[in-house]
Each structure stands twice: as structure tokens, then as C-alpha cells.
Design a protein around this ligand. Structure first.
Ligand code: THU
Length: 132
């Protein structure tokens, strides 16, 4: 599946954002990852009293998808209050599963603020091909 409905994906990320556990930063993030199967896996940020143990929304979505057996992805939508792009660690984790994954950055109203790809977000990334 290479064609997809961006609105549905963004809606999934908005719903996931409502479940964010962000008592420290109060910065809620939601993500929705579309698998090649057509299934959507959502994630939210899960903060921790030991701050560095925090998990970002995007990585939560990847972990959920892989845990459920999906490893091939078409697109990721990420939603935050002001349209943040995935952090560096999340870019690296996404890069593991494909540089062609489309990344949609949206706001909580569903407005698409930016469309890019993992490859564009992480130029010259280190991926599994180096270890093959
Ligand atoms: N956060 C994400 O969930 N994704 C990102 O790509 C950037 C940051 C979260 C982590 C933390 O809970 C909060 O946003 C503030 O950094």
C-alpha cells in the first residue's frame, strides 16, 4: 500500500495525543504509523519521573507496530501543539525501517503543516545496510 489517506492517519495521531502521559513537560505528542498491511499503530509520549526514561510518541508507535509483527511502513503522522518534527532519536529509530517513510507533521486541529520523509529528516543516516 503506497497510497494512503493522510486525514485518517492524522486523526489517529490526534486521538493518541489525547492519551499522552506528560505530567512534567505538559507537551503532549501523538503519532500514528501506517503499516504496509494497512493497519495503523498509534503511540503517545510516556514521560517518567526519571526524565531520560521518557519515550516519545513516534517510538511508542514503532514499538507497538513491531511488537504486533509489522516491520514495513508507509507513513507516520505526528501531532503536537505547535507542529514539532520528530526528535533526533526518533528519526534514527524510524530510519531503521525505511528512509522512504512519509512523515506528516500536523497540529491538533488536523492541519497538515509539513510533509517530508525519514530520509530527508535524517540525511546520511546510519542504517541496517552498514551491518549487512
Ligand atoms: N516528544 C515526543 O513525543 N516526540 C518528539 O519527537 C519530540 C519530543 C515528547 C518527549 C517529551 O515527553 C515531550 O515531548 C517534551 O520533550
Amino acid at each position: 500500500m503506497s497510497d494512503f489517506d493522510p486525514t485518517a492517519l492524522i486523526r489517529g495521531a490526534i486521538a493518541a495525543r489525547d492519551r499522552a502521559y506528560a505530567p512534567y513537560s505538559h507537551y503532549a505528542v501523538g503519532a500514528a504509523l501506517l503499516g504496509a498491511s494497512g493497519r495503523i499503530y498509534t503511540g503517545c509520549n510516556v514521560e517518567n519521573a526519571s526524565y531520560s526514561a521518557t519515550i516519545c510518541a513516534e517510538r511508542a508507535a514503532v514499538a507497538r507496530a513491531v511488537s504486533e509483527g509489522e516491520r514495513s511502513f508507509v507513513a507516520l503522522a505526528v501531532v503536537s501543539a505547535n507542529g514539532a518534527a520528530p526528535c533526533g532519536i526518533c528519526r534514527q529509530v524510524l530510519n531503521e525501517f525505511g528512509r522512504d517513510i512519509v512523515v506528516l507533521i500536523a497540529d491538533p486541529h488536523g492541519a497538515l503543516l509539513q510533509q517530508t520523509t525519514v530520509g530527508d529528516l535524517l540525511p546520511n543516516g546510519f542504517g541496517p545496510e552498514y551491518l549487512a
